[in-house]
Design a protein around this ligand. Sequence first.
Ligand SMILES: [Zn+2]
Length: 331
Amino acid sequence: MRKGTYFPDKPAAVWVSSDRLTDGVVRSLTMILRTYGCRRCRDGQGCMMCGFIRDSAPTHPSPDDLVAQFEAAMVRRPEGRFMVKIFTSGSFPDAAEMPPAAGLEILRRLDADPDVVKVLIETRPEFVTSEAMADCRQVIHKKLEVAIGVETSNDRIRLDCINKGFLFEGFVRASRVAHQHDVTVKAYLLLKPPFLSEGVAIRDIVRSARDVSPYAETISINLCNVQNGTFVEKLLRRGDYRPPWLWSAVSVLRQAKTENPDMIVTSDPVGAGSRHGPHNCGKCDSEVADAINRFSISQDLGDLRVSCDCEELWQKAVELEDVSYGAPLVH
Ligand SMILES: [Zn+2]
């Protein structure tokens, strides 16, 4: 965890934004609860680009502390009806990370809150068991969604480039279990983990969107951004990694939405425009990031109509990196 004062009853972060659902746009309250952290990462098997363990608690917070974190976050609620997204930077249904006494109490309170229209919890697929989903469904009867970082449908890329440690069939199984309990699925895909050329990364996510579409109502395309203290940061410093171009994100969103018109396809270009985040030439970054944000809410491909001279350079990089063994040609 980061140095500094640690309050076990305060969440790591809280913010209000908007989310596109199948039946319209809703305000959302996102909270990152500070748990002891992702079990797999604690076991020394962290993902190559994930630095969230630095935000985790130094010891297990008590169930009361975790419920207090939740209540502290709920104070920031937007006006009217809203959706609640709970991230732990790990897995909410993992009893070792989120004790059921806390997790189920939080869901019970959300169920009783008439302004909350939907709840999203984040998890690895192995924790989406029939028992865990049935326990959740005992206490929450409104819209519930599990968000799973499947990252790609390609097992080689997920295992070797991300170190995620599960197979696509694990995601498919989790999706089936969730749906049996009337729980919807949001799939996170990761554009451009390390060791892939820009073109391979684009094709991987277009293919993945197609592959996850029977199993997820929503996909969210995360654009790899480089967090401090991660393996990918070392690659970046050595010049062996470049975060994805925003043009690649535009291209992937366009293709994925065109191929899967009924699926909600979103992306939040976190860190856009910085050297550590997805970027183009520097001049057009904020305009293209805005277009991606607008599209994520509207689902209207017209919102992705943006242009800049650097689009040609991007196209060349995509073509040429396929023959440069993945070494980035333009930083
Ligand atoms: Zn540009």
